[in-house]
Design a protein around this ligand. Structure first.
Ligand SMILES: C[S@@+](CC[C@H](N)C(=O)[O-])C[C@H]1O[C@@H](n2cnc3c(N)ncnc32)[C@H](O)[C@@H]1O
Length: 270
């Protein structure tokens, strides 16, 4: 995240490890952007080269360095440079843009900088859902990333629970909520360990494999509406097959650059 003298991202100095250590989650360092952890692998992101510090950490926590890379922020996230955008009446911008914004956010290095087709489909569909069905009291954001969807629904007035498996996403989402004076329940966990969670609307911009796993769990189908994305047209049939044992209706389908978003109604819980 941006802090201290850092007001925007320029170069990312990335140190990836073959393993991880929980102490890295609490690492405090002025040039640190954040610590990413997923599937037992840890990655440190800095604004500056930090070879000496990383050497110390390797010795202290028995880490195994896998890669060291310098990447321009403009090249990160498949070159999706965060920029201002609108959703419904809200003007949203990364923190380094000057101006009058309804929502600001620090995209950091996690997913959810707003420009990926799946995120923009989820944001637009969220607004359309709000206009069509009104405000859901409780919203569950599965895989919150930067917290961009959580920010929108919290701003609209829903009580949001945001879940992510990656501790950096949890830190970034908390930070982004505080930047906007908003609040939500934020949980670091694999979603499969938390289910069932009954809410009015579930947001799930995930990858196909996880969606298929979740679709197959009765404990996933305890809510009424589900906005899902994270898959392309060629994956749709397989995902539909995974839905069939349950009584679900796809109320609408949106598509952008081959990416798809569905609004699913769970008929059994109506
Ligand atoms: C595609 S990003 C979506 C980010 C944001 N919600 C958006 O729409 O732009 C998916 C997120 O799901 C998280 N994730 C992956 N597997 C997960 C799991 N089993 N439980 C919880 N979160 C998970 C990832 O860490 C990542 O932040």
């Amino acid at each position: 995240m941006l802090k201290g003298p850092y007001k925007r991202y320029e170069d990312l100095y990335i140190y990836g490890f073959k393993n991880s250590h929980k102490a890295l989650r609490d690492l405090e360092e002025e040039d640190l952007i954040g610590y990413w952890e997923e599937d037992g692998i840890g990655v440190l992101f800095f604004h500056k080269e930090k070879d000496d510090l990383v050497k110390e950490l390797i010795t202290k926590y028995h880490l195994e360095l896998d890669l060291k890379q310098r990447v321009k922020y403009s090249e990160w996230n498949e070159k999706r440079m965060p920029k201002p955008f609108e959703v419904g009446p809200f003007k949203v911008a990364p923190v380094w843009y000057e101006g009058k914004w309804d929502i600001v956010f620090d995209p950091s290095v996690v997913f959810g900088e707003g420009t990926h087709p799946t995120t923009s489909l989820m944001l637009e569909s969220s607004w359309e859902f709000f206009q069509t069905f009104g405000l859901p009291q409780r919203v569950l954001d599965i895989g919150c990333g930067s917290g961009i969807l959580t920010l929108l629904w919290s701003k609209l007035g829903s009580k949001v629970t945001a879940v992510d498996i990656n501790p950096l996403c949890i830190k970034v989402t908390k930070h982004n909520l505080s930047l906007n004076g908003l609040s939500a329940e934020i949980i670091e966990s694999d979603i499969k360990r938390l289910l069932p969670l009954k809410v009015d609307l579930v947001l799930a911009n995930l990858y196909k494999g996880l969606l298929i796993d979740l679709f197959g769990l009765p404990s996933f189908w305890t809510s009424k509406y589900y906005l899902v994305s994270g898959f392309v047209i060629t994956m749709e049939e397989e995902l539909k097959q995974a839905l069939t044992p349950f009584s679900c209706e796809i109320l609408w389908r949106k598509e952008r650059n081959s990416w798809v978003c569905w609004l699913i109604k769970n008929v059994t819980n109506c």
